[in-house]
Each structure stands twice: as C-alpha cells, then as structure tokens.
Design a protein around this ligand. Sequence first.
Ligand code: ADP
Ligand code: MG
Length: 606
Amino acid sequence: MSRIRILPEILSNKIAAGEVVERPASVVKELIENSLDAGSTRIVVEVEKGGRSLIRVSDNGSGMSRDDALLSIERYATSKLYSDSDLFAIDTLGFRGEALPSIASVSKLTLVTREEAAECGTEIVLEGGKLLKVLETGSPIGTQVTVKHLFFNTPVRQKFLKTIPTEMGHISDVISNMALGWPKIHFKLIHNGSILQNWSAAADPASRITDILGKDFGSGLFPVKTDFHEKIENDGVSLSGWMSLPRITRATSQGIFVFVNGRMVRSRMVQHALIQAYGGRLMKGQFPLAVLFITVPCDQVDVNVHPSKQEIRFSRQQDIYDAIVAAVSAGLSHEEKPSWTPSKPQGPTAISEEPVRAEKKYPYIIPASDNRAPATVADLKSDRASASAQTPDPPVPFRPLRPKDQPQLWETPQSVNLNPIGQFFDSYIICESGENLILLDQHAAHERILYEKLADKSVERRIPIQRLLIPETLDIGYRQALILEKLIPDLCQYGFEIELFGKDSFVIKSVPMILSGREIKPLVIEMVDRIMETGLTANLEKSLDACLKLMACHGAIRANQSLTLAEMATVIKDLEACRIPAHCPHGRPTWIQWPRQEIERLFKRT
Ligand code: ADP
Ligand code: MG
C-alpha cells in the first residue's frame, strides 16, 4: 500500500495558516489588504480582547456575488491572478488566494458581502474551515469578515499568543502602517467597543504622517519627489514622500517607512540608498526619518518572495537605488539652498543646475540572502562600517595593551595614581601614571561614571533632579506612546517627571540633573525606539538597563569638549571609584596605555 497521501483540504489550509496567520495582527493585515484590493475607501477594524475573541473588518469596497463569495474561501481561489504572466505583474496586495481559507481553517469565520448590482447580500458561516451555512442576507455594499475565536482548534498556537496589550500593539502597528501608506482611505480601529484610532481620508499625505507618527515626527520633514529627474519618471519609476532634515535623526531605523506600490516593505537596499543620499550629513549610526512611496511598474518587482509579502525583489535594483539617492539628495540640496537665492520658476529643471547624482554605485553585491531583506540596525551598522572601512588604517607603531589586560590596573586604583597633564583633540585626557603614559577616552569614561551612578541600587542613593523651567511637550506615535506610558513609573525613579497630556502627548517636567542642559526629546524618543525594537514586555529589566545606558550616553561629557585640569581630575577620581572602570557601559575600553619602556624603544633609546 502506498504510504504517501494527499492531505485533505482542511488540513492543508491549516498548514498554510501556519505561515499566513501568525497572530491576530496577521489576520488584520490580510483582511485590510483584501479591502484595499477591493477598492474600499473606508475600512473599519473592530477587535475584542486583542483579537483573541473577535476581529471584524468591514469595508465599502466592491463586494462579492454569492458565487464569488463561495469561491473566495476555497484554497487558491483568487480574482487577482489568472495566468503565469500575471504572477510577475501583480498590482494588488493579495494574489495567493490563501488568506481567507487559511484564516477560516483556524477560526469561526463569517463573511457577509454584497455587490452593488445585487439586491441582497450573502452570508457564509464557517467553523474550522468547514462550511456551516450559506444564506441571503441584508447587507450594505461591501464586505464584512468576522473572525471569532482565532486558533480555537489549534491550542498550541493559542498558547503562543501574547498579552492583550502586546497583540493590540501589533494590530495597531499594522493599521498605522497601512494608514500611512494609504492616506486617502478612512481607517478606524475599535477595541472592546472604544475607538482607538479614527483617521479620516487625509487631504494631503503629510497630514496623515502627523496623525500617525506624531507632530514631533512631522516637523522638520522635507518633500522628496522624482519630478527633478525626467529620465527616471519615463522609466515608469516614481518616488515621492518625506524625509527628515539631517539635524533630525534617530538612532534606529524605526522611523523609516517604505511603500512599494502601496505595500509596506523592509528593504535593506532602500535603507542603504537613503543613508547614501545624506552623504556625510548623517552622523555615524544615525538614521533619517522617512516616509517614502515608490511606484515601480508591476512587472519590475517580484512580490512573491515571502509568505507575508513584506519583502520584495526589484528587477532593476541598481536603477531604483540610483533613483532614490538622486531624488533624496536633490530634495536635500533644495532644502539647504539659502533662502535668498533668487527664486526660479519651479519645474523639472529648477534643481538640475546643481546636479546631484548617485556617484557611488550600490555599495554591496546583492547576496541571495538580501531577498529576505529585513535589516536589523546591527546589520545596517556593520554594513556601513565595512563600507567606510575601505581605506586601510595606517600602521600603528604603538602597541596598546589588549583590553583584557586593562582591568588589572584598576583593581588597585590607589596605586594607579593617574595624573592628568592635558587633553588630546579635546577628546582624550592625557595622563601619566608611574612609568606609563595613559589616554582616557573622556566620553567613554564619563559614560561609565554616570551609568554606575544611575544604576546604583543602594538605599542612600539619591539622583539629583533638575526641574525644567519650561516643560517640554512631546507628541509621538500611538505605539510609542503606549511604551512611554508604561515606562513612566520606572523613569520616575531615575529623575524623570513625565506626564501623559492628551492623546499620544506627554509633558516632561523634570529630568535627572546629569541631563541638565541637554536636549531631552531626542533622548526620550531614542529610549522608546530602542524598546520598540526589542519589545518592552519581553524583558523590562533589560529595557531599563538600555535606558540607563542611553541616559549616561546623552549626559556624558562629549568628545571635542575642552576640560580644565580640575575637571579632568574629577573624571579620573570618579572613574577610579567605579565598579568596572575599564569599560564604558557598551563595552568599549575607557583607556589605553603605553609603558615608558615601549616609548623609549620606539625612540631607539634602549
Ligand atoms: P487573495 O487576496 O490572495 O486573492 P484571499 O483569500 O485573501 O486571496 O481572497 C480571495 C478572493 O476573495 C480575492 O481574490 C477577492 O476576489 C475576494 N475577496 C476577499 N476579500 C474581499 C473583500 N473585502 N472585498 C471584495 N472581495 C474580496
Ligand atoms: Mg488577500
């Protein structure tokens, strides 16, 4: 007897659901994509208990006939793709014909839909993928899909669901991203009966950006468009969107939103291009903010490379790369032109007298793995580091001690007796200590000092506080606001007084003294962004520790800051009192040394 059998359809749908339906937010994403594909202008998402008990997406799109509705829940049934060639020219968000049957196989699904031409609607009820009822029903034009008790028949999956706030966070991310990419569509999100978001059709996409990402994100953005580059436009590729001025940056890539033909994607290539376009204007490790819409002829982009369709492949990577670099740098130089330049008629050539072209070619060979493009910040950083590491370092005659040798020196701080004699580049404190010449990295050293002061758990610890004369207001995105709100009590212990002030807005009233005179908003935003990357609930301890490191970093003496000898001596004294003086909180060495012998050898004295 043969041992190989074809799986029953319900089972194969359940297996497909494993890929397509990871959590409630994936259901929301698939259903919204269907609504958008159906030409809806208004999409309402209702959720109960973080999507565990109910997800309902209602739209005013084209709706379906009774026959189509019945087909839509069959595997591989789609109205978006009929032939091989269509697969390589997809202009809809969906195309696999898998979402509805997959979702239906792991939930209790009800579909109510009506086409304009039809007199009444159709209602279809399924449970665990099994068709229970089909009836005629009264219905407005459009479609409503209700998904109840997700994963009721796959207990293992159910166990993997996170807390309601976490699942809600993912759902609201999905909706914010969709709403950002589709500013003309009205989106509404209701959780347990109360309206969480209500974004009516935006008159201009910029106002949608402020609606979703907050006013602090929206200010300081400049427009980017391809008008300046006719050639690119003629190829059918166009680009539009907003980017931040170089002074407004983030420490993570969380502020970069890229839409290709309406689909939000994570693309390392695009991130590279954006950073490249800023040239030397961005500090190392900093990322711009961006909301970028790229339109590419559908036959030049392959969206069929990942089950959740978040990744894509361009057939002309290099051209797209160049187009992005060109458009963004043109936009940037336009912004940076002094305002007294006589104004010229705006048009395709207004900027081209100052040609800004992508000089450097797309700096890395596209490896096969780039198809799974989601770049982590670390990836991107290492890529950039390797790109800038092309010029070999000059030979170093000095041989500093290896970092692992360093802590010994500090085990008996008294015996070290560092004596500051000056500063090198206003960044390193030069010291002599017995028979050694020592360079202290003033920023790294001070970071260590502040970090240990903040992290001190002893009872007698007191963190001095600075009240701000003028409280600062902070207006951030919904998801970030959720995180910050949760962080408030913990940050309070470190000297922050932050209060919720209306929807997604906060006031910062006081800060730890070590941060007095520093810019506070960028720090708070960076703390929240970092936590967004890892997730707050995952590990609160770790998240807070990351916050302390950031506070220390923002509060510490900078490089290029000149210090008096007395100030240098204080840094040295405080560093000697630290538990781990030899390294900054990020693990970099705080100092390096050269023994006198070594120096004399180099001068050929010995
Ligand atoms: P896909 O989107 O990949 O085609 P789905 O399983 O998500 O596959 O949907 C199957 C089909 O059902 C779609 O091709 C479309 O014709 C129809 N459909 C699904 N949702 C809607 C909707 N909200 N409005 C109109 N038609 C829909
Ligand atoms: Mg679909």
